[in-house]
Design a protein around this ligand. Sequence first.
Ligand code: UD1
Length: 338
Amino acid sequence: MVKNKILVTGGLGFIGSHTVVELQKEGFEVVIIDDLSNTSLEVLDGITAITKIKPEFVKLDLKEKEQVESFFESQKIDGVIHFAASKAVGESVQQPLKYYENNISSLVYLLEAMTKNKVAHLIFSSSCTVYGQADKLPITEDAPVKKAESPYGNTKQIGEEIINDVTKTEGLTAIALRYFNPIGAHESALIGELPLGVPQNLIPFVTQTAAGIREELSVFGNDYPTPDGTAVRDYIHVVDLARAHISALRRLLEGSNKSSMEYFNIGTGKGSSVLEVINTFQKVNQKEVKYKIVDRREGDITAAYADTGLANQELGWKAELGLEEALTSAWKWQLKQL
Ligand code: UD1
């Protein structure tokens, strides 16, 4: 049987690398493109060590339109999972054009090359950030998309719209996966999250504090209208999230999608507060995390967690790992970095 060949853009990044592993485990042939702007080639060794299959890798910047076109002309690709994008919210406020160029221009070039070369299936890395502070919890896919808080968030909304427009004209079918908060690492600790500089996201800050790299974690606000006053998020294990991409891809390859563009929330359905995360981390890893309460962080919302009913039903996918497993794997990964 000929294997389907899947292009994973940004395949050496955090979610991309875990998705490549799951694709290979499921028997797909993978080609990765990555510009290495926020990762390193060592990730390729990590993937290979886990699956014993070295994926094809091409160093390519999606902003290089002509190179993207010749790449597609030289390959026979059955589907694309598109992760390559910049993702730092704060930086996007400082450098909006970098975000519009990296996340939007490159998407346009990718879609051009795909449609020209009749590559018909796309999975897009979207975010629950499109909902802002939703009026109703848990959040369903029909909750309104709210005005983005940052250029980064805006690129996810615009990205979804661009893809939706293209699916109406070009024979493209697409699924946008709206991730809640991806955390954790592969159980082998051979791949994981590699934040550059001071981490902005909660879990890398927690693990670095536990490791003594950071002195103290700042908990941003304890006056939210939540049970313990700290903000609530839906933390999803990156391996579960990676598996959701395989389910979505199969849906498109089999043609069981119900419209040319579909949207699914990918989370656990369970909300956890910042203090719950800290306490769970301390319990499962038997490691103290020093923290202090500080003011709220600008732009943060009170609470977000997913209604995962649609993904359960339509993708046949469901998160299998919980916060404890995710925080255990995150700590194991952190220890490997020391
Ligand atoms: C952030 C982004 C979001 C992006 C997501 C990707 C912001 C405002 N939002 O979501 O657009 O899609 O990452 O993963 O940056 N916290 C602390 N102390 C810290 C760090 C975080 O208390 O040092 C708290 C935050 O206030 C929040 C929770 O931990 O309540 C999770 O924060 P984070 O991991 O940054 O994710 P989000 O803010 O949910």
